[in-house]
Design a protein around this ligand. Structure first.
Ligand code: TA6
Length: 292
């Protein structure tokens, strides 16, 4: 257990500049490239997030793993297939605006706003802030501000990759009864009749999910709470899918599960000039004994 909290910058992971947050209950590392949390460990030093061993760590590509920020669109761009999936801010370097800590909590604020490069991709004035707070939990708050004179339609996600012992057969609680859009099944829709049991591959967007999701592992539960989010995305590429990603080792697919906090497809929402919206997630682990 760390004596007290600290927030240090810059440190490095590969070629990426990072911020190190330490609290008495754990530690977290955030890359300025993409404002991506690349590591989060609980008080016993156990990894909560999964980072691909073959992720690029040189800014040439978004980080594969951790919590990439998908904004201002989730998935494929709604009308322009030449634009990259999941928006552009995970491909860019954010500013470190503020670091602070007290006895128990460490905090870092990252910002990115429009410039010539972003306006070539997306012709709008905006400001985006990611606040990362580490105390006995990890909290992320993504606040978007519409600084333009037009209304936008937004979709987004905090695309969290969780480390699991084995994704096969793991149960995710909180999604029962919800309607989902199934990318794996060509965009068909279904209703989650029972608690979700993971049988990779899976790639679904659950709609109108406003509450907590819980990943039940053999030795721990991972709790994912949220606000400002109506969608939860569940993804694991499975063995065949993993082979199509050159930054995911062939056998690594079973040690990760994405349970993402966002607003996507049916939950896309308008942001009017001058308006702000905050999407947040809070993650903590709970040790369990015996069968999940
Ligand atoms: O969030 C799930 C998903 O949209 C999957 O369809 C899969 O493409 C994954 O994201 C990874 O996307 P990326 O653009 O990071 O390769």
């Amino acid at each position: 257990m760390n004596p007290s909290a600290t927030a240090a910058y810059p440190s490095r992971l590969g070629e990426l500049e990072t911020v190190e947050l330490v609290s008495p209950h754990g530690r977290a590392t955030v890359s300025c490239f993409g404002a991506t949390v690349v590591d989060y460990r609980d008080s016993d030093g156990n990894e909560v997030l999964w980072l691909s061993p073959s992720s690029r760590l040189d800014g040439s590509r978004p980080v594969r793993g951790g919590i990439p920020v998908c904004w201002p669109w989730f998935g494929a761009h709604p009308s322009d297939s030449s634009l990259s999936a999941h928006g552009f801010v995970r491909h860019m370097t954010w500013q470190v605006e503020r670091l602070s800590h007290d006895e128990d909590q460490a905090l870092a604020v990252f910002t990115i706003s429009d410039d010539e490069t972003t306006r070539r991709i997306w012709p709008h004035a905006f400001n985006l802030t990611l606040t990362v707070i580490l105390d006995d939990r990890l909290h992320l708050e993504l606040t978007a501000e519409n600084r333009s004179d037009q209304e936008w339609a937004l979709s987004e996600a905090l695309h969290s990759y969780f480390r699991v012992e084995d994704a096969r057969g793991i149960r995710v609680d909180g999604l029962k009864g919800l309607t989902y859009w199934d990318k794996q099944e060509g965009g068909t829709r279904g209703i989650q009749s029972d608690p979700l049991q993971i049988h990779p591959p899976i790639d679904r967007v659950y709609f109108q999910h406003l509450g907590e999701a819980v990943i039940n592992g053999p030795r721990r539960r991972i709790h994912i709470e949220k606000t400002g989010s109506a969608s939860t995305v569940v993804w694991n590429p499975g063995p065949d899918g993993a082979r199509s990603f050159d930054d995911i080792p062939d056998e690594a697919w079973c040690e990760m599960l994405c349970v993402e906090t966002g607003n996507a497809i049916d939950n896309r929402y308008p942001l009017r000039p001058g308006e702000r919206h905050t999407l947040s997630t809070t993650i903590h682990t709970e040790k369990t004994t015996g069968n999940p």
